[in-house]
Design a protein around this ligand. Structure first.
Ligand SMILES: [Zn+2]
Length: 198
């Protein structure tokens, strides 16, 4: 055998290897992205279940639902951590005390959730809008969100179940009162069916 012909890879072979690696990476990227999204949703579901238990403990201790800011502080102090209050998909976790949106007023009269001793089991207590895949951009103090690339939110109901709900099925209704405020109505809630049939 002529040893002088064995001199490593030719340029063409190297380029071929690089093209194959680039192709594999391009094929794998969406798969890895999807896997990461699934893992984050599972972690967030775990957080929402823990918040459900925290609501249960708070109700036992105080006899009624807490005000949102008080609840977030209470959970943080009980756990000595913000982990359960933070969604892994949150693009800007340091901007607020929690990644989640907590229900503050309930239909049909839009009175506060705080101080109520009980609510219907279908009531959505916590909503995670971070899985929509919206890029957040800042314009001064205003934050703008790009259109959603994934159409579901994760919500926690008073029954303790965590569900995926299509974003476009959530109704935004105007809260009567002196200030212009919107509230959300979620599919599966009694008032949602009423609002739909009107
Ligand atoms: Zn989440």
């Amino acid at each position: 055998m002529n040893q002088s012909t064995r001199r490593g890879f030719t340029l063409l072979e190297l380029l071929l290897v690089l093209v194959i690696i680039a192709l594999l990476a391009a094929l794998l990227f969406p798969v890895l992205q999807a896997a990461r999204k699934q893992a984050n949703m599972a972690a967030c579901t775990g957080n929402l279940r823990q918040l459900s238990m925290a609501y249960g403990m708070y109700l036992q201790d105080y006899g009624s639902y807490p005000e949102q800011i008080r609840f977030v502080r209470w959970v943080r102090d009980q756990r000595h951590s913000r982990a359960v209050l933070t969604c892994p998909e949150d693009p800007d976790p340091s901007s607020a005390a929690s990644s989640y949106t907590y229900r503050t007023v309930l239909p049909p009269d839009f009175k506060p959730l705080a101080q109520r001793p009980e609510v219907d089991s279908s009531t959505v207590l916590v909503d995670c809008p971070n899985h929509l895949g919206q890029q957040v951009s800042r314009h001064g103090h205003a934050r703008q969100r790009a259109p959603a690339s994934y159409p579901y939110r994760l919500v926690l109901r008073a029954s303790g179940t965590v569900e995926r709900i299509r974003d476009d099925r959530i109704q935004r209704v105007l809260v009567p009162g002196p200030k212009l405020r919107h509230a959300l109505l979620y599919p599966g809630e009694a008032e949602y069916r009423l609002a739909r049939s009107q």
